[in-house]
Design a protein around this ligand. Structure first.
Ligand code: ATP
Length: 226
């Protein structure tokens, strides 16, 4: 039994002729915070999408919560993503027509939980991230910081094994960014949810346990930070 929540082994990914990853390997333990850094275009987002099971690498393997993604059917991959993975993107990417509470309840509803229980859990998470008073507003009525807090709540509501965050503070001012970062770090420190965060933000990287720096689709170096 391996004590790893994520294992990426010699992963390669190309968008037609544009090679984004040239054989990247990394491992993440439960509750660990890994920052993925590097210059624009080096492959950070592609790595995150491969690790989260959103993109299928052309070579190499990704094991998420002990399961080799290449051995799963599309339906099983989707199910694993829904139950074990939370995702936070730079601009929240909430469903625009749904209120915050319905956005956060959505992953639970998709898993077949009943509506009342899903909404109760969603409200609880909106409270924890500090936007409960905005629960019935739609994203366009709220600030980027409020939306991003709700996106964090949506990522955590299923109790995932790992949260993948792509520049989660990139669209926020520094105070809103720090609050969102604190919420993600708290989930890692207290809930054993690992966090893999792509970032250009030195503050985010400084809070990680480890930093993996990419360059031209390869790991340039890996640093233990704590
Ligand atoms: N959908 C796509 N189609 C074609 N090429 C792509 C696509 N997405 C990314 N690429 C290319 O793959 C390479 C890696 O891109 P990726 O977005 O993973 O890098 P990144 O490090 O996350 O960049 P940034 O910091 O600017 O977000 C780049 O050369 C990019 O142009």
């Amino acid at each position: 039994m391996t004590d790893l929540v994520l294992e990426v082994l010699r992963v390669e990914y190309a968008y037609r002729r544009d090679i984004a990853l040239r054989g990247v390997s990394l491992q993440v333990r439960p509750g660990e915070v890994l920052a993925v850094t590097g210059p624009s275009g080096c492959g950070k987002s592609t790595l995150l999408h491969c690790a989260a099971g959103i993109l299928r690498p052309q070579a190499g393997t990704v094991k998420l919560a002990g399961q080799d993604l290449s051995e799963l059917s599309e339906a099983d991959r989707t199910r694993l993503r829904r139950t074990k993975v939370g995702v936070v993107m730079q601009f929240g990417q909430l469903v625009p027509d749904l209120s915050l509470v319905d956005n956060v309840a959505l992953p639970l509803l998709l898993e077949g939980h009943d509506r009342a229980a899903s909404r109760r859990a969603a409200l609880g998470w909106l409270e924890r991230v500090g936007v409960a008073e905005d629960a019935y507003a739609v994203p366009a009525e709220l600030s980027g910081g409020q939306n991003q807090r709700a996106a964090v709540a949506r990522a955590l509501v299923t109790g995932p094994a790992v949260v993948f965050a792509d520049e989660p503070t990139g669209s926020l001012d520094s105070s809103a960014g720090e609050q969102v970062l604190d919420l993600l770090l708290e989930a890692a420190r207290t809930g054993d949810t690992a966090l893999v965060v792509v970032t250009h933000d030195n503050l985010v990287a400084a809070h990680a346990d480890r930093e993996v720096r990419l360059r031209d689709g390869l790991i340039q170096h890996e640093v233990a930070l704590s």
